[in-house]
Design a protein around this ligand. Structure first.
Ligand code: FE2
Length: 347
């Protein structure tokens, strides 16, 4: 039952209308960051699941069971009046916008369709679930009006910089909490509000990469021998340091879970040759694999298993490109809950 490829899930017009009604309901309610929306999203997802045909259910069930790579939802309704603006509006305005809440709510319902719950980390995105992915801070192909060439650009989804292949941080653990930290997201879901140049999102399924590691390499990658640099957009206690951790973790359900960033991870200083060789092998295998490309638009969304799949993108070309992202936890993930509704967990 192991799925090596992302699965396209096309909604029919009846399903799309149901989902549209659900998104409008949740958006008017305030979207994912409003108390009470989570239970509504769960109910709408259950109603949508009942309308799926056998093939669609099989794709969803595979993801629920932990054997998915990604689900590519297509043929969803859009807000016809939401045209691409001349320039990207301010982040604060976009957050409140009904079209943003509509798409964020749709992401939340689709997460619930695979029995994942949306959440936010306390150390990221001001503890909000809805993350707007756009070039607000510079670093894109075209400079922002106030951007200086000499500016140090943040390596995050609020900038236009190229983001190499990675899973979403934090990287402490994958399923159960460790050392006071919640697991990494089980999934992320992205949709586009504006993407007029059809700039793609890349993903790389990892099962075929992991299968090509030899036993010693896999063991080395499962040892706590790796460090990572923290994202500048994560807030944490100033004296907190990155702790050594593993990259690969056995998982009794899906076989393995991985936490990795091509541009943040490295072996800890003075690592053994086994560790550095294993790290190099992983890099080589990833570098020689061809990522899959998906062009997101308002009528599509890409749900990515963050324990089995890497994602990334090129430098942003059109500064109006705006994606909307939510994180999800599967039913077996046990985060440290700080606020149950809307769900906020300790990072
Ligand atoms: Fe990312």
């Amino acid at each position: 039952m192991i799925s090596a490829d992302p699965t396209a899930l096309h909604f029919n017009s009846h399903q799309a209308r149901l989902l549209d009604r659900a998104c409008k309901h949740l958006a008017v309610h305030g979207g994912p960051d409003t108390q009470g929306t989570a239970v509504l999203a769960r109910r709408w997802a259950a109603a949508l699941y009942k309308k799926l045909d056998a093939t669609q259910r099989a794709a969803v069930d595979t993801f629920v069971a932990g054997f998915g790579i990604a689900l590519y939802f297509q043929k969803m309704k859009i807000i016809e009046s939401d045209h691409t603006p001349d320039q990207l509006p301010a982040l604060s305005d976009l957050k409140r916008d009904l079209a943003t809440l509509y798409l964020a709510s749709r992401n939340q319902i689709l997460l619930n369709l695979v029995q994942h719950r949306s959440f936010a980390f306390d150390i990221d995105n001001q503890s909000k679930q809805v993350r707007l992915v756009g070039n607000f801070k510079g670093g894109g192909r075209v400079s922002l009006p106030n951007e200086k060439v000499t500016d140090q650009v943040e390596l995050s989804s609020h900038a236009g910089v190229c983001l190499g292949l990675h899973t979403e941080p934090p990287y402490y653990c994958a399923i159960k909490p460790e050392a006071g930290h919640s697991p990494a997201p089980s999934s992320l879901i992205l949709t586009a509000r504006w993407n007029i140049l059809n700039e793609p999102t890349r993903i790389l399924p990892l099962p075929s990469v992991v299968e090509r590691l030899n036993g010693i390499e896999a063991l080395s990658l499962a040892s706590p021998s790796f460090m990572y640099t923290r994202s500048e957009c994560l807030t944490a206690a100033p004296n907190e340091k990155s702790i050594p951790g593993s990259i690969l973790q056995p998982d009794s359900q899906s076989g393995f879970a991985i936490r990795f960033s091509a541009y943040r991870h490295s072996p800890i200083p003075h690592s053994s040759k086994l560790v550095t060789d294993a790290f190099r092998s992983l890099h080589t295998l990833i570098g020689s694999s061809r990522p899959l490309e998906y062009v997101l638009q308002p009528d599509s969304a890409l749900l990515i298993d963050n324990t089995r799949t890497l994602h990334g993108r090129d430098t942003v070309k059109d500064n109006r490109r705006l994606l909307i992202r939510l994180f999800g936890y599967c039913s077996t993930a046990t985060p440290i809950v700080l606020q149950p509704d809307p769900l906020v967990v300790r990072g």
